[in-house]
Design a protein around this ligand. Structure first.
Ligand SMILES: *Cc1c(COP(=O)(O)O)cnc(C)c1O
Length: 394
């Protein structure tokens, strides 16, 4: 019998690596592998399973919709997408929405809106200012908007993006010219290393956009839906974007994304954009239930409290573990900056002790548990990380 890893390497395009675990079941903040081992899940489907695994209300919503209507296309009116739109627009104070299926599609749509803004409101401008170390997805446009050159260079150049350092308003000002249409930025860079925006950065970008008639487009694919302690990360500073991209946490693991706009960003016209699956009754009804739980139970506040517990708990280990350089993040989007490139070995040692997590750089450990994680589970996780750090240091 071939192993799961052997089966995989025989059939898949080997475009990305995996952690050596085969997961078969989940419940709450825990998952189990095919050998019956239990893990605390600090990957959470890459910051997507914000309500944990098999949340009873999500399971119920899926069953209910499976017995009703899954997909009919956007040739027809359907109700769940309208109900979901109402909630997102009410919560964000924005005015228009388009549903798609993933984060890359959401940022891709935002990029189209930014470019159309340039075409129609900035005299044919096409360039979008993006940040070093950004991550916006893997489609051709979104990967070119991203910071990591290794992700885009194999596919040749694509024009239309100007990369500047993150957290540097002066660099943005210097990059603006008649060619500039919009700015696309994450409020906190997740894949790029959990790089938190400095206080005032987004406020300054909002000002720059207003001064120069540019669109401010925020990629909240990873930060949105309560992850950082507010429903949307821009609500920490109340800097409303013109366009916002959502995905990851929106569907509790069901693939859904959204492009949200205010009046300025509302410039798509009939024929400009479309989708077969986006906005279908299945994914939108699950996302609607997700948001209802998140709002009714004030999950963002829980994320803030548990995030505080996690960061201060790991900070308390700093004295004993010189491998910890510092801890950073917001809410439950947390990174441990290591003083050496021991991330992969540390991830393995942590996994052996019953917790799964990953590295976004060889020296940056990312911790993104479900937002519903309990106080006890956070304490367990801190204990595991403490123990794993000791084992690595030996
Ligand atoms: C994950 C991510 C994306 C891409 O989402 P996919 O669903 O993988 O296409 C885009 N932007 C950010 C900030 C992300 O974290």
């Amino acid at each position: 019998m071939p192993t799961t890893a052997e089966r995989e390497s025989a059939v898949f395009m080997m475009s990305a690596g995996r952690l050596p675990v085969t997961l078969v079941r989940g419940e709450g903040s825990k998952v189990w592998d095919d050998e019956g081992n239990e893990y605390l899940d600090f990957v959470a489907g890459i910051a997507a399973d914000n309500l944990g695994h098999c949340h009873p209300r999500i399971v119920e919503a899926i069953k209910r919709q499976a017995e009703t209507l899954l997909h009919v296309s956007n040739y027809f009116y359907t109700i769940p997408q309208l109900d979901l739109a109402d909630v997102i627009l009410e919560q964000s104070g924005m005015t228009r929405i388009f549903f798609c299926n993933s984060g890359a599609e959401a940022t891709e749509g935002a990029i189209k809106i930014g470019r159309k803004w340039g075409q129609t409101r900035r005299d044919g401008a096409t360039e979008i200012i993006v940040m070093d170390e950004a991550f916006h997805g893997r489609t051709l446009a979104s990967v070119n908007a991203s910071g990591n050159p290794n992700y885009r260079e194999p596919f040749g150049p694509l024009e239309g993006f100007r990369h500047v350092p993150f957290n540097d308003v002066g660099a943005v000002r210097d990059a603006i010219g008649p060619q500039t249409a919009a700015i696309l930025v994450e409020p906190l860079q997740g894949e790029g290393g959990v790089n938190v925006a400095d206080e005032g950065y987004l406020v300054a970008l909002r000002q720059v956009c207003d001064e120069h008639n540019l669109l401010l487009m925020l990629d909240e694919v990873q930060t949105g839906i309560g992850r950082t302690g507010k429903l949307f990360a821009w609500q920490h500073e109340d800097v409303q974007p013109d366009v916002m991209a959502l995905a990851k946490g929106l569907g509790s693991g069901v693939p859904i994304g959204a492009i949200v706009a205010n009046e300025r960003g509302d410039i798509l016209e009939p024929g400009d954009h479309g989708t077969t699956f986006g906005g279908q009754p299945f994914t939108t009804s699950v996302a609607l239930e997700t948001l209802r739980v998140i709002i009714e139970e004030d999950i963002p506040s829980q994320a803030a409290a548990r995030g505080e517990q996690l960061t201060s708990g790991i900070r308390a280990l700093e004295d004993r573990h010189p491998l910890i350089d510092h801890v950073r993040g917001k809410g439950l989007l947390v990174a441990v900056q290591l003083s050496e490139d021991v991330g992969p070995a540390l991830v393995a040692a942590i996994r052996e002790r019953g917790l799964i997590c990953n590295v976004v750089k060889p020296n940056v450990l990312r911790l993104v548990p479900p937002l519903t994680i309990s106080e006890d589970e956070i304490n367990d996780a801190i204990g595991i990380i403490d123990d794993a750090l000791s084992s690595i240091a030996e």
